[in-house]
Design a protein around this ligand. Structure first.
Ligand code: S3P
Length: 178
């Protein structure tokens, strides 16, 4: 797949919690001289409260509605690097919208890596309650087809954010003629 230089397309990172989307996205934005948008931060600022509170007060359904709205906002813009929340791929409309004006890259990691990175993080409501490794495996299994459907995949196990950013740039170099 090749296409002419298309610097305006958004670069969008998807992937499970703890795959490094936000840290890698920030680095990529710096390297590319682009604006960085973190979808979860956008949702928090428009809701005026943190994600755990949105889940507590509005449930996951309320959060997903807000996430859908945030996707529409970023998909209407160009030239961004976007880090999404891990569940954004659950809604096929999100996947379609992000891919229409953007190059979407899926960051992956094994359950053990994810556990080490975010297992004790209280800001991830979907990992609270019960054994976090079991929960990670359950959610990953449910979402596997949606993540696997993304054309570009970058494995992040054993890599720091800089090395992951290098790999994303390599992938991007294959489709963007610079
Ligand atoms: C979620 C992942 C979180 C956040 C919310 C739901 C998910 O983002 O959007 O807690 O469904 O996987 P991160 O992937 O940045 O942790």
């Amino acid at each position: 797949m090749t296409r002419p230089r298309d610097a305006g397309r958004n670069l969008v990172l998807v992937g499970f919690m703890g795959t490094g989307k936000s840290a890698v996205g920030r680095l990529l934005a710096e390297r590319l001289g682009r604006e960085f948008v973190d979808l979860d931060a956008l949702i928090e600022s428009s809701a005026g409260c943190p994600i755990p509170r949105i889940f507590a007060e509005e449930g996951e359904a309320g959060f997903r509605k807000r996430e859908r709205e945030a996707v529409r906002q970023v998909a209407s813009r160009t030239g961004l690097v976007v880090a999404t929340g891990g569940g954004v791929v659950l809604d096929p409309d999100n996947v379609r919208d992000l891919g229409t004006g953007g190059d979407v890259v899926c960051l992956t990691a094994t359950p053990a890596t994810i556990l080490a990175r975010v297992g004790s993080d209280r800001n991830r409501p979907l990992l609270q309650g019960g054994d976090p490794l079991v929960r990670i495996k359950e959610l990953l299994a449910k979402r596997a087809p949606a993540y696997a459907a993304v054309a570009w995949q970058v494995a992040t196990d054993g890599l720091d954010a800089g090395a992951v950013a290098d790999r994303v740039m390599e992938q991007r170099g294959k489709v963007v003629d610079r």
